[in-house]
Design a binder for this molecule. Structure first.
Ligand SMILES: Cc1ncc(COP(=O)(O)O)c(C=O)c1O
Length: 455
C-alpha cells in the first residue's frame, strides 16, 4: 500500500489482476445484502488509503487513475484540501442532516460573517452562477432524480393545464417514478413501471449535416420541411396546443444516453419554441452542469435561456433552480426533510463552486477538454472500430463498433489501472476531475491505446 501519493510523479500501479483478493472479499461482503444496481466492475476504493486528484488506491493497494469521477460527483478529484478541511470542521456536529425545510440551520450570529457556508449561502452562490438566466430561487433535495421530480412538479403546478410534458430520445432523468417516465435511454430504465401520462417524446438531433434522425420531416400539409416539435404543436396538424404543455425537459448534452452534443439549431429551436409559447424549459444539467463542459452550465454553449435547471452530482446535493414566478407561491407544496438541511453536502457544494472560481477551472476544463478530444480523434483515425470522438470541455466520449468491444476495452483499461465508464449503447465516456492535468490525460490516453490494441 503506498504511504502517500505524489500527484506529480504517481502512475497507475497494478500488483495483481483486478479484482484483487481483498476487492473480491469486499464485493462478496457488500453484495450479500446490497440490492442489484449498476455495479460494473469490482472496483473497491479504499477510503482509508491515499488518494489525490484523479488517483486513488483500491483495497489491494493498486493505484488507479479515475477518469469517471464517481460519475461526475467528485469534480475536484480525491481529497481536495479545501473540501477535506471544511468537512473536518463540520463532521463533529450532529445531526449533520437536519429538518431543513422546517427549521433554518445557521453558523454564528450573522450570515454575512459566517465562516462556514450554510444551505442559505449555497442559494446565493448558485444565484451567482445562474445570473445569465435571472434565477432567484433554489430548492434542495436528496438526489438528481428528486431535483427532476421537483422541477416537473413545479411546472405542473405553475401551468395548471392539461399537463403534457415533452422529452427527447436518449434522455435519462433518474429512477423515481416521475423522472423515469421521461427516460428514453434504455428499456430497463422504464419497463413496466407506471408512468406519468401525456408525455410526448421527440428526436434529440445531433446531426451535423443533413438531418436524418427524424427531427426534421417533410410536411405535405405545410409543403416544406419542419421540425417534429413544430409539427406536434401546429394548430392544424398538431397533437397538442402549446397552452396544454406543462414543460419541455432536455439535457443540453445527453448523459447516460451517450454523451451526444446537440445540433445547436435543434436545441435553439426547442428553447425558442418554449419561450415564445410560454412553456417552461427545464435543462437537466445533473451530469453536464457545474463546469463539466467548461461553462457553468452546458446550455450556455447554445445561448439558450432555461426557466429551470436541475443540478446534482458535482453539487453534492439535488437542486432545482429557477425564477420565483414559476415556483409555487403557497407553502407546503415542495418539501423534503433533509433537502435544505444537509449541512455537509451544501457546504461542500458551496466550496466546490468557490474552488472552481478561484482556480479558474472552467478554463482548465476547456483547455484540457480540447487536449483530451485531440487524443480521442487520434484513436478514431488509427482504429477502424472507433468513431465519433466528441466532447464539450471535460465531457468527452468515443464510440466503438459494438457494445461487447466497448466493454472489453473498458475492462482492459481497468486491468491497466484506468477507470472509465460506458454510456449509450457502445460509447466510452471520459469525465476526469475539472483540475485534471495534461500529464494525467497523457497517461489515460496511453492506457486506452494499450487497451484498444488487439481487442
Ligand atoms: C442527466 C441526469 N439526470 C438525472 C440523473 C439522476 O440522478 P441521481 O442518480 O442522482 O438520481 C442522472 C444520473 O445519472 C443524470 O445523468
Amino acid at each position: 500500500m503506498p504511504k502517500a501519493i505524489n500527484r506529480d510523479t504517481i502512475v497507475p500501479t497494478i500488483r495483481s489482476p483486478l479484482p484483487g483478493p481483498n476487492a473480491k472479499k469486499w464485493a462478496k461482503f457488500h453484495r450479500r445484502h446490497a440490492a442489484h444496481s449498476t455495479y460494473f466492475y469490482d472496483f473497491v476504493w479504499d477510503r482509508s488509503a491515499p488518494a489525490i486528484g484523479p488517483f486513488c488506491t483500491d483495497v489491494d493497494g493498486n493505484v488507479i487513475l479515475d477518469f469517471a469521477s464517481h460519475v461526475g460527483s467528485s469534480p475536484l478529484g480525491y481529497n481536495c484540501p479545501e473540501l477535506v478541511a471544511l468537512c473536518g470542521k463540520l463532521a463533529s456536529i450532529d445531526p449533520d442532516r437536519y429538518a431543513g425545510t422546517d427549521f433554518i440551520g445557521a453558523w454564528g450570529e450573522d450570515p454575512e460573517f459566517s465562516d462556514v457556508p450554510t444551505p442559505s449561502h449555497l442559494h446565493y452562490k448558485l444565484m451567482e452562477i445562474t445570473k445569465p438566466f435571472g434565477f432567484d430561487i433554489a430548492f434542495f433535495s436528496n438526489s438528481g432524480a428528486e431535483a427532476v421530480e421537483n422541477a416537473i412538479k413545479i411546472c405542473y403546478d405553475y401551468r395548471r393545464n392539461y399537463g403534457y410534458g415533452m422529452c427527447f430520445y436518449g434522455a435519462f432523468h433518474g429512477r423515481t417514478l416521475g423522472a423515469l417516465s421521461l427516460n428514453r435511454s434504455r428499456r430497463v430504465h422504464r419497463d413496466w413501471y407506471p408512468q406519468i401520462p401525456r408525455i410526448i417524446d421527440l428526436p434529440y438531433c445531433r446531426c451535423t449535416g443533413t438531418c436524418d434522425c427524424g427531427w426534421k420531416i417533410y410536411s405535405i400539409r405545410r409543403k416544406g420541411v419542419i421540425s417534429r416539435l413544430a409539427q406536434v404543436l401546429d394548430p392544424d396538424i398538431g397533437l397538442v396546443s402549446p397552452e396544454e404543455v406543462a414543460y419541455i425537459i432536455i439535457e443540453p448534452v445527453l448523459g447516460e444516453g451517450g454523451y451526444d452534443i446537440p445540433n445547436p439549431n435543434f436545441i435553439r429551436e426547442v428553447a425558442e419554441t418554449a419561450r415564445t409559447n410560454g412553456i417552461p424549459l427545464i435543462c437537466d444539467e445533473i451530469q453536464s452542469g457545474l463546469g463539466r463542459t467548461g461553462r457553468w452550465w452546458a446550455c450556455e454553449h447554445f445561448d439558450i435561456l432555461p426557466d429551470i435547471i436541475t443540478s446534482a452530482k458535482a453539487l453534492r446535493i439535488g437542486a432545482t433552480l429557477g425564477r420565483k414566478e414559476i415556483f409555487p407561491q403557497e407553502e407546503k407544496r415542495i418539501s423534503t426533510t433533509w433537502g435544505e438541511g444537509n449541512a455537509i453536502s451544501t457546504a461542500v457544494g458551496y466550496k466546490t463552486i468557490e474552488t472552481i472560481q478561484k482556480e479558474n477551472l472552467l478554463d482548465n476544463a476547456t483547455g484540457m477538454g480540447d487536449y483530451l478530444l485531440q487524443g480521442l480523434r487520434d484513436f478514431q483515425s488509427r482504429y477502424n472500430f472507433m468513431h465519433d470522438a466528441r466532447g464539450l470541455g471535460l465531457m468527452a466520449a468515443i464510440s466503438v463498433s459494438t457494445d461487447r468491444t466497448r466493454n472489453r476495452i473498458i475492462q482492459r483499461a481497468f486491468q491497466k489501472g484506468l477507470l472509465v465508464l460506458g454510456c449509450g449503447f457502445e460509447s466510452i465516456r471520459f469525465l476526469p476531475p475539472l483540475n485534471v492535468r495534461q500529464r494525467e490525460i497523457d497517461i489515460a490516453l496511453n492506457i486506452m491505446d494499450d487497451a484498444a490494441r488487439g481487442v
